[in-house]
Write a protein that binds this ligand. Structure first.
Ligand code: NAD
Ligand code: UGA
Length: 477
């Protein structure tokens, strides 16, 4: 019986291995982690991550051919395939701090394999790695002196949180990079065979190791770039009275542009976009490509600006002061249908509002209070102006403004008349995701504002410079 070991039981390791276990009942899959609490949660009814459809799959496979354990060394020893799904965060210290990937967890896994393995393994980079990381792994394995013919492959993961199960069931593509040697080709073919149980062969792409590693960083950079691009246009829409959703729809109909990832927002979040672009920036700088580095850095810069711009707009619209005012923040996860808050734009928005001395009341359907508090906590510790409540109505009660930061479907169906009645007037709504019907809210009485939408008040006059150029007088000259 084929045995797989996956090191790292996180947002990637858990769902991807659950899917393999579901589709390949003849393979035993052991997911291992050094975090005992996380493994205990995977073995309980309360899984450590919220992902629609995941609990059902885990329930079906767990104890059959899907195991969660802290026995890392045993699992490595017994496995034929070892997936490396550990975290690769941005380095916070030393050379490359703030940009380079911190590879200490990857290196520690490579050392464990070198120390424990008694037979040749196929080692698969599932984590997102800087290009050429496979070389480091191979080097560490070779230094063990055991002369085992391990193979290292790159098989980056493209799932998005909130839709992980659908993405894994029907991926646009599966990418596998390996060395073009007889051993490398054999290892690639063995991994292709596992995916081919449910993924059509034409969607399984095989490339060199370096192309696979780099493609992952580039895919995330391109996706994030689209969001930053449309967000730049949201600012221009607010200045001119155009509507960013109408612009996105109009350009997205061009089949060369396409409609996806053009939803303007308060900014992108999540553990990967920023980290992976910064990693790309670092790599470019390392290879002396400063113009390329600056180009991609702009995507992150623009995202930070968008988050700050949103918070600043709230303050400006609330008559330039929010000190002492209650502000309700709806949503804290970085997107809907996940409990993940890593790099969530909500963190910046809440911190900026607290810095302006607002009394901020946060509600999220899936994120626990302790997690919200730990994300917001600053160097000075707990902020007494922050409260976390258990429903949207409680958050809104007595609030001067309602700020929607995560696009949870439930927020579309709130009783806004009831909410309006409990708020001081004028009552403001800022929709950071453009999911609410602004016109209907305005009819209730709200001063409702969206991202990249014509402002509620102050009908826009033509821009002075355009007036000069296009005035009849100018035309007769
Ligand atoms: P995560 O932090 O949720 O999980 C990583 C796990 O690895 C943690 O539980 C940690 O305890 C464990 N770990 C670290 N070192 C270990 C060791 N030496 N032995 C055993 N366990 C160890 O991270 P994640 O979100 O699952 O991301 C993992 C990788 O996948 C990252 O490189 C990320 O960029 C990439 N990725 C993430 C997503 C996503 O949606 N989160 C999607 C695609 C790719
Ligand atoms: C993203 C990629 O979509 C995955 O392919 C990739 O595997 C993953 O990163 C990763 O490497 O971790 P994820 O971050 O889970 O997935 O979620 P996305 O759907 O990409 O959303 C990222 C952020 O962008 C969210 O904050 C989301 O709200 C925002 N977003 C997305 C927008 O603001 N506008 C859009 O049009 C799309």
């Amino acid at each position: 019986m084929t045995k797989i070991c996956c090191i790292g039981a996180g947002y990637v390791g858990g769902p991807t291995m659950a899917m393999i276990a579901l589709k390949a009942p003849d393979i035993t899959v052991s997911v291992v982690d050094v975090n005992a609490a996380r493994i205990a949660a995977w073995n309980s009814d309360d899984l450590p991550i919220y992902e629609p459809g995941l609990a059902e799959i885990v329930k079906e496979c767990r104890g059959r051919n899907l195991l969660f354990t802290t026995e890392v060394k045993d699992a490595i020893r017994e496995a034929d395939f070892i997936f490396v799904s550990v975290n690769t965060p941005t380095k916070t210290y030393g050379i490359g701090a703030g940009r380079a990937a911190d590879l200490r967890f990857v290196e520690s896994v490579a050392r464990s394999i070198a120390e424990v393995a008694e037979s040749p393994k196929i080692i698969i980079e599932k984590s997102t790695m800087p290009v050429k990381t496979a070389e480091t792994i191979k080097d560490i394995l070779a230094a063990s002196g055991r002369r085992l013919a391990h193979q290292v492959l790159s098989n980056p993961e493209f799932l998005a949180e909130g839709t992980a199960i659908a993405d894994l069931l029907e991926p646009d593509r599966v990418l596998i990079g390996g060395e073009h040697t007889p051993g490398g080709d054999q290892a690639v073919a063995a991994l292709v065979d596992i995916y081919a149980r449910w993924v059509p062969r034409e969607r399984i792409i095989t490339t060199s190791l370096w192309s696979a590693e780099l493609s992952k960083l580039v895919a995330n950079a391109f996706l994030a770039q689209r969001i930053s691009s449309i967000n730049t246009i949201s600012a221009l829409c607010e200045a001119t009275g155009a509507d960013v959703d109408e612009v996105a729809n109009a350009i997205g109909k061009d089949s060369r542009i396409g409609p996806k990832f053009l939803k303007s927002s308060v900014g992108f979040g999540g553990s990967c976009f920023q980290k992976d672009i910064l990693n790309l920036v670092y790599l470019c700088e390392y290879y002396g490509l400063s113009e390329v580095a600056a180009y991609w850095n702009g995507v992150v810069h623009m995202n930070n600006w968008q988050k700050q711009r949103f918070a600043a707009r709230i303050v400006r619209t609330l008559f330039n002061t929010v000190a002492g005012k209650k502000i309700a923040v709806l949503g804290f996860a970085f997107k809907k249908d996940t409990n993940d808050t890593r790099e969530s734009p909500a963190i910046c928005v809440v911190r900026d509002l607290l810095a302006e001395r607002a009394r901020v009341s946060v509600y999220d359907p899936q994120v626990p209070e302790s997690q919200i508090r730990s994300e917001v906590r600053g160097p000075d510790g707990e902020n007494e102006l922050l409260t976390v409540v258990s429903n949207a109505y409680e958050a809104a009660d007595g609030a001067h403004a309602l700020v929607l930061v995560t696009e949870w479907d439930a927020f579309k169906h709130l009783d806004f008349e009831r909410i309006y009645a409990t708020m001081p007037k004028p009552a403001f709504i800022f929709d950071g995701r453009n999911i609410l019907p602004l016109d209907e809210l305005r009819q209730i009485g709200f001063r409702a504002e969206g991202i990249g939408k014509p402002a509620y008040s102050a009908p826009l006059l033509p821009h002075p410079s355009l007036k000069t150029v296009y005035s009849p007088a100018a035309l007769t000259v």
